[in-house]
Design a protein. Structure first.
Length: 278
């Protein structure tokens, strides 16, 4: 279905560096990138342009708008969000979505990678010592930084800083004017190798899902659509919060398949049971 076709990667942040090698190998496509489409018009991490939609909707818009602009019928786009992890509340997380759209065959296939592996951070800095400490914590200079007046100010922003001389200069300019500066991690993919790694993991997951075909109609993208909790405790037989099965559903023919005990165990340890270990 995809062998030999051109796949448009809708990005301006060099995500093709990790996406293209994986999908060219796994799908047999030829990846191309457009320099004409500005994905920042749909939202920026630093807030100059608000992202009006959720990540999946935004990624879909990137695909369709880029395809309309360039005249392609096959596209992929990614969209990431950063903030507190939904279950490990004290830790920041990188939540990456990849959307693969085939207009020719009316397919939309989505993959998600939620990871605790991120350097996402930001703080007000009032001294050179604080600047150095923050930069070191955020893996600078291998990972870029952004300097601006404050977290809510969009003027005097300097992005993509990757050397100490530029960082000190940007900080000192703002410090001389305001007595402090706000420093944050640059989460654009080309300035953040850690994020690139998570995007690569999401791409591997997407490729596996695309190559998984429906047993009934053989449409690509036969993947998990739901997870059923309730794996029973091995001690009291009480349903726990642990996953007991995955539900797979075809987006074309609606064929449904249930995979029971996906983690290879038919009962849960009592330490994860709300009845035995409230």
């Amino acid at each position: 279905m995809f062998e030999g076709r051109k796949l448009l990667i809708a990005t301006k942040h060099q995500k093709e560096m990790v996406i293209a090698p994986i999908l060219e190998k796994e799908l047999g496509v030829k990846c191309v990138v457009t320099t004409s489409f500005d994905t920042d018009q749909l939202g920026t991490f630093t807030g100059e342009v608000d992202r009006k939609d959720d990540p999946i909707t935004t990624a879909k818009k990137k695909c369709y708008q880029a395809m309309d602009l360039m005249g392609y019928d096959l596209a992929i786009a990614s969209e990431g969000s950063f903030g507190r992890h939904p279950s490990v509340f004290i830790a920041p997380a990188d939540d990456e979505f990849l959307v693969f759209i085939d207009k020719k065959n009316n397919l939309e296939i989505i993959a998600r990678e939620l990871s605790l592996e991120t350097n996402y951070n930001g703080q007000e800095v009032n001294s050179t010592d604080e600047l150095i400490e923050f930069a070191n914590q955020c893996k600078f200079p291998s990972h870029g930084l952004i300097v601006r007046k404050s977290q809510t100010q969009y003027t005097n922003i300097q992005k993509g800083i990757t050397d100490w001389q530029s960082l000190n200069k940007a900080y000192n300019e703002l410090y001389d004017l305001y007595g402090s500066a706000y420093i944050e991690t640059d989460m654009r993919a080309m300035y953040n190798p850690t994020r690139m790694k998570i995007i690569a993991q999401a791409t591997q997951k997407l490729a596996k899902k695309i190559n998984s075909c429906c047993p009934h109609c053989h449409t690509p993208g036969f993947g998990i659509t739901d997870a059923k909790k309730g794996l029973r405790c091995e001690q009291c037989n009480f349903p726990t919060r642990s996953i007991s099965s995955y539900i797979y559903q075809c987006q074309k023919c609606d064929y449904v398949e249930e995979e029971k005990y996906p983690f290879g165990k038919q009962a849960e340890d009592p330490m994860y049971c709300d009845n035995c270990n409230p």
